[in-house]
Design a binder for this molecule. Structure first.
Ligand code: ATR
Length: 298
């Protein structure tokens, strides 16, 4: 087997070349060129001595199912799914894990002779980053989740499972937050957490220990209309976006919160997918460190 070197932002990673024993995986999206997933999974493979190749695959906007079919025909063992195909991935899976059903979306596919299993590792990735890497427990905390789109839905149930004292969901379009609360209330096992939807304007007199930004406002450098008083002493502010300092992050830092971006979540959701596929849990800390050195963002 011939060794291959990849230089990424000054870091050198050694990858194995294809051979017959190698298992193939992919990340499917559109666009996909920016995806860090191949670097992350190859780093995990090196750390755990797993023989895998992981590729970026650009699917046409109207050709997700065909792309998945083609990968399966080529013998790929699984795939991650990113924007804009997480709902389609949910639709094409013949079997869904409980957390995929909770999220209403799929970011990890497992190809088996019996069909496609759909899972979702985003929420567990976020919770693991906050609790294990950052070292802050969600249990008993007052948590504010900003946003009511797909990213927010994807992390809602794992946050509730970590048993905060209360969870407030706020969103520019309040109805979407109210609908998320209704769906939680329809599920008996979640009743031990107080879950409410509030408009931005109704956050004036409230303080939170953990504030999570699950909106896409950072993509357009838009500021969220949050009161500056929402951060409790020693609050954690977490932006699920990675790779830039968003207005939310700058605002939170200015008002005393400790700020993190979504780098750790990105790596933890990948680690969970790797574990599902390979049965081996990679140590994420060296990979997080590698990315932090390559691109200090917070
Ligand atoms: P994603 O899958 O990334 O969550 P989405 O489903 O389009 O994408 O949801 C985007 C989220 O960001 C929504 O909560 C959206 O608020 P609306 O439901 O009111 O549209 C929120 N969002 C995007 N830009 C925003 C902005 N400039 N200010 C406030 N919220 C914003």
């Amino acid at each position: 087997m011939v060794g291959k070197l990849l230089i990424y932002r000054g870091l050198t990673l050694s990858f194995k070349a294809k051979d017959l024993m190698t298992d193939f995986y992919a990340v499917i999206g559109n666009p996909i060129a920016h995806s860090k997933s191949p670097i992350i999974h190859h780093a995990f493979a090196d750390l755990t001595r797993q023989d895998i190749q992981y590729e970026r695959v650009m699917a046409p906007l109207d050709g997700f199912a065909e792309t998945v079919g083609s990968l399966m025909a080529q013998g790929f063992k699984g795939a991650n799914v990113t924007v804009p195909f997480k709902l389609e991935a949910f639709e094409i899976a013949s079997q869904l894990t409980e957390r995929a059903q909770d999220a209403g979306a799929v970011n990890t596919l497992i190809f088996t002779p019996q069909g496609i299993i759909g899972d979702n590792t985003d929420g567990v990735g976020l919770v693991r980053d906050i609790t294990e890497n950052i070292g802050v427990s969600l249990k008993g905390k007052r948590v504010l989740l900003i946003g009511a789109g797909g990213a927010s839905e994807g992390v809602l149930h794992p946050i509730l499972a970590a048993q905060p004292a209360m969870l407030i969901i706020t969103n520019r379009t309040l109805d979407k937050a109210l609908n998320m609360v209704k769906r939680v209330e329809a599920r008996d096992e979640m009743v031990y957490v107080s879950v409410q939807a509030h408009a931005f304007d109704d956050l004036q007199d409230q303080q939170f220990d953990i504030v999570i930004n699950a909106t896409s406002a950072g993509l357009t450098d838009s500021q969220l209309p949050l009161p500056s008083t929402i951060f409790a002493p020693n609050a954690l502010a977490y932006d699920m976006m990675y790779g830039r300092i968003t207005p939310f992050m700058a605002f939170a830092r200015q008002h005393g919160a400790t700020v993190f971006d979504g780098l750790g979540m990105l790596i933890e959701q990948a680690a969970e997918a790797f574990y599902i596929w390979r049965g081996v849990r990679p140590d994420t800390s060296p990979v997080i460190e590698m990315f932090k050195q390559a691109q200090p963002s917070t």
